[in-house]
Design a protein around this ligand. Structure first.
Ligand code: HSE
Length: 430
């Protein structure tokens, strides 16, 4: 029997209990032995009782898992840094294998956790930490291990994808859709980490580390959220053949340098990620052998996330039976250079309000030109007043050159405001 100790009876914990109960037969047969939920620890035991877990299995004390030598696998589903970090470290010190869905922990404390797992030759699996039910960590570590991965681009946050989809489909403003997402339970009461891109930033840090075999922490990721996106931006994107998505992008250059960033982006309508709407997530991967692949599905939720947790438990169960634990340890064996976003080249969309009078366009084009910023598209819309809205798309430019231009433009009396600046991504799909 493979004995499991579960930490946490929240949404994902309850999904694990339900799925294990429902599919125990096939899960055990696929593993090669019975998977038994031996102990469940939570501070609020009523939550666990509501799942029908036997009273004899319940405890408020993590030591009841830690000092039970029969427990092989600890499943941490309490989230946050502490006490999850201490519990996981202690579990590994006691020779227990660990499964977690905790992206904050992996993104911030990955090195410490993998070192501990390696020292104690235990398995440490975390498929559910990125994109919930979508298998992506295992594919990157195993199925795609024969490839040089060139890029990983994800829609990794369901809340923001829902908001942008609804703004685009229904022409509703950001604040209005956010309120609805909160009422529907898609967005948290405090949605800052989702809206401002931090949640996706943690997830792409994890994927970049695995894809490029070099540690990328959340502090290495440039992060920008969606709160500045307006219906005007969405309208112009559509007119020009794009959709706006919050993308989490990790790329490796030919010299091995890495870039990792999260920001709203103009994505060509033909890009596979452009069709990913509502709360769905997807991860697009380009490898030198496999070419382009895309993984699509539910990035959060009780049973989709439990599906990933159970997959990890089964894999560790198989390793235990074949005495093969520690088979896949830390894959960050290199120390690659991580580029600052100002060093990157991209195409940009710029929406600005300018005085509608002769010579304005020439003046603005001159500022861009003298900073090495070449323009690809210029659109002007007038609303009948003395100001006009100017939409510009640049060719590939260095981000620092663009920023230098914008500093000059902001100081020009003819320029009312630089309303938004958004990067273009996936341009090979035009
Ligand atoms: N809050 C996340 C999202 C799910 O909206 O996708 C958990 O990572």
């Amino acid at each position: 029997m493979i004995n499991v100790g579960l930490l946490g009876c929240g949404t994902v914990g309850s999904g694990v209990v339900e799925l294990l109960d429902k599919n125990l037969g096939i899960i055990s047969r696929r593993t090669g032995d019975v998977i038994e939920l031996k102990r469940v620890v939570d501070q609020d035991l009523d939550k666990c009782r509501a799942l029908g877990i036997k009273e004899s299995k319940l405890s408020r004390n993590f030591d009841d898992i830690l000092y039970d030598d029969e427990i092989d696998i600890v499943v941490e589903l309490i989230g946050g840094i502490e006490p999850a970090l201490t519990f996981i470290m202690k579990a590994m010190e006691h020779g227990k294998h660990v499964v977690t869905a905790n992206k904050d922990l992996i993104a911030e404390k990955g090195k410490e956790l993998f070192d501990m797992a390696q020292t104690h030759k235990v398995d440490f699996y975390f498929e559910a930490s990125v994109a919930g039910g979508i298998p992506i960590i295992y594919p990157l570590k195993q199925s795609l291990a024969g490839n040089q991965i060139q890029e990983v681009i994800g829609i990794l946050n369901g809340t923001t994808n829902y908001i942008l989809s609804k703004m685009s489909e229904e022409g509703r403003a950001f604040a209005d859709v956010l309120r609805e997402a909160q009422e529907l339970g898609y967005a948290e009461a405090d949605p800052t980490a989702d809206i401002e891109g931090l949640d996706a930033g943690r997830k792409i840090a994890i994927l970049a580390s695995i894809a490029f075999n070099s540690r990328v922490t959340v502090d290495d990721v440039y992060v920008e959220g969606i709160s500045k996106i307006t219906l005007n931006d969405i309208k112009f994107a559509r007119e020009l053949g794009y959709v706006i998505k919050l993308l989490a992008v990790a790329k490796q250059g030919e010299d091995g340098s890495i870039q990792a960033r999260v920001h709203p982006a103009f994505l060509p309508r033909k890009h596979p990620l452009a069709a990913v709407n509502d709360v769905y997530n997807a991860v697009f991967v380009r490898g030198d052998a496999v070419g382009e692949i895309m993984h699509y599905g539910q990035g959060a939720g009780k049973l989709p996330t439990a599906s990933s947790v159970l997959g990890d438990i089964i894999d560790i169960g198989r390793n235990i039976l074949y005495k093969a634990n520690g088979r896949i340890s830390c894959t960050c064996y290199e120390d690659k250079k991580i580029l600052d976003v100002s060093q990157l080249r991209a195409q940009f969309y710029i929406r600005m309000t300018v005085k509608d009078q002769p010579g304005v366009l020439a003046g603005i084009a001159g500022v861009f030109g003298s900073n090495n910023v070449s323009l690809a598209t210029v659109l002007q819309t007038t609303y009948g007043g003395e100001m006009a809205e100017l939409i510009l798309i640049t060719h590939q430019v260095e981000e620092r050159d663009l920023n230098d231009s914008l500093v000059v433009l902001r100081g020009m009396p003819l320029v009312g405001n630089i309303d938004n600046v958004i990067r273009l991504e996936g341009m090979d799909k035009i």
